[in-house]
Write a protein that binds this ligand. Structure first.
Ligand code: ADP
Length: 157
């Protein structure tokens, strides 16, 4: 079975990477799909985010990285994927994720959302936390892959 792991990944964190690494154990292929959201002003372009994720998932043969616009369920159907993979951290994620999963179900009955609980080491970690820390010159190398930490340092220097 093919799974899509959709998200902003602005930037990809070790929490995301953990979900990807566990996803490939469960699924035949995981397509990490970077959402180009016209309503958000990202730190990195979608192309850059794809490049960053490709770099840090090089060791995972069953991972593909791509970007998309539009509805996630349409993207999933295009790639014959039956599963949307999402991560759950705290209770506030649950509310948002459940709403999204139900909405997607109304759009496509065939597509299932599968949640993986965060690794407890990364339950506090989000892309926005990383950006906030980096903005004020704090250490981020324990939160994001090495190539991403480098790109962030360059961005804020
Ligand atoms: P979105 O804007 O779609 O929420 P994100 O890049 O913030 O995109 O997150 C993509 C997915 O990864 C979401 O399901 C989110 O809950 C999950 N996620 C984000 N950070 C972590 C983490 N530290 N541990 C587990 N899952 C995470």
């Amino acid at each position: 079975m093919i799974a899509i792991y959709p998200g902003s990944f602005d930037p990809v964190t070790l929490g995301h990477l953990d979900i990807i690494e566990r996803g490939v154990i469960l699924f035949e292929k995981v397509i990490v799909a970077v959402l180009c959201n016209p309503n958000k002003q990202p730190l990195f372009t979608a192309e850059k985010r794809v490049e960053q994720i490709r770099h840090c998932t090089q060791h995972l043969a069953k991972v593909e990285v791509d970007s998309f616009t539009g509805l996630t369920v349409d993207y999933a159907k295009l790639h014959k994927a039956r599963v949307l993979l999402r991560g759950l951290r705290v209770l506030s994620d649950f509310e948002k994720e459940l709403q999204m999963a139900h909405t997607n179900k109304t759009l496509s009955k065939e597509v299932e959302t599968v949640f993986l609980a965060t690794n407890k080491e990364y339950s506090f970690l989000s892309s926005s936390t990383v950006k906030e820390i980096a903005q004020f010159g704090g250490a981020i190398s324990h939160l994001v892959p090495e190539n991403v930490a480098r790109d962030i340092r360059i961005h804020y220097s």
